[in-house]
Design a protein around this ligand. Structure first.
Ligand SMILES: [Zn+2]
Length: 239
């Protein structure tokens, strides 16, 4: 059984807030949890957050996780002309690659027109995780040209649902199960003027629930993969 824990590392709840509480308080707690559970995760950073919080990028890399790109400053690719979208991707890779290798990408809001696969390939990106099974993408893991698509399985708020409810959802997901969450979900957002589904069970409750999710899969003998590891796996299958 293959499971992936991924984080979209961005300012708080874009585009509604401009604060960075998730970076200051949420991400250190997430890194502590991943260390405690001995899980290597993928952290898709916006270049903007990497520039403002370089110590956290270094921690991600030093603790054995994968660093990926979540574009420059959370620009939505479906709302930009193609050449401008390309520029934001290239700029984000330039900044992030100063910290280490970057081979994976996730588009903000999981909005990713297919013509961007070629642009990723041209820029040395091997894996994309911008498609989402819960948004109707049904093709599973597959190559688009040179780039391997590893779709996200559920929306992020699922892993904040009460455990007895969310476990019914997990049981129905296709493999590999790719979860994603944001640092800002791990600080209390209950008082912010954002959508309800962005607020419930945020803070320490979310940390507790993510820990339960990891334990649940551990008990079943699941293997936790980073995005780059899927590329190695599927390259082998291709041969
Ligand atoms: Zn995002």
């Amino acid at each position: 059984m293959l499971v992936s824990i991924t984080f979209d590392v961005e300012h708080d709840c874009p585009p509604y807030l401009m604060t960075t509480r998730g970076m200051e308080e949420g991400l250190p707690k997430l890194l502590d949890l991943m260390a405690e559970k001995n899980v290597r995760a993928t952290f898709f950073f916006t270049a903007e957050m990497a520039k403002r919080f370089p110590g956290l990028v270094k921690r991600v890399i030093d603790e054995g996780h994968e660093l990926g790109s979540h574009n420059y400053n959370h620009e939505r690719l479906d709302r930009l002309p193609r050449d401008e979208g390309e520029r934001t991707i290239v700029k984000s890779l330039e900044v992030l690659r100063e910290f280490g290798e970057v081979v994976s990408f996730r588009a903000p809001n999981l909005q990713f027109p297919n013509y961007y696969y070629d642009i990723l390939a041209k820029n040395g990106v091997l894996v994309d995780s911008s498609k989402a099974t819960y948004k109707g993408y049904r093709e599973g893991v597959r190559f688009f040209g040179e780039v391997l698509e590893v779709p996200a399985s559920t929306t992020s708020s699922v892993i904040r649902l009460p455990w007895r409810l969310q476990r019914l959802i997990h049981a129905r997901l296709r493999e590999p199960r790719v979860y994603f969450a944001h640092p800002w979900e791990f600080v209390p957002m209950q008082k912010e003027k954002i959508r309800w589904d962005c607020r419930f069970n945020t803070g320490n409750k979310a940390i507790e629930l993510l820990g339960m999710l990891i334990d649940h899969y551990r008990r079943q003998g699941a293997k936790f993969l980073t995005m780059g590891e899927y590329y190695e796996l599927y390259q082998k299958l291709k041969r």
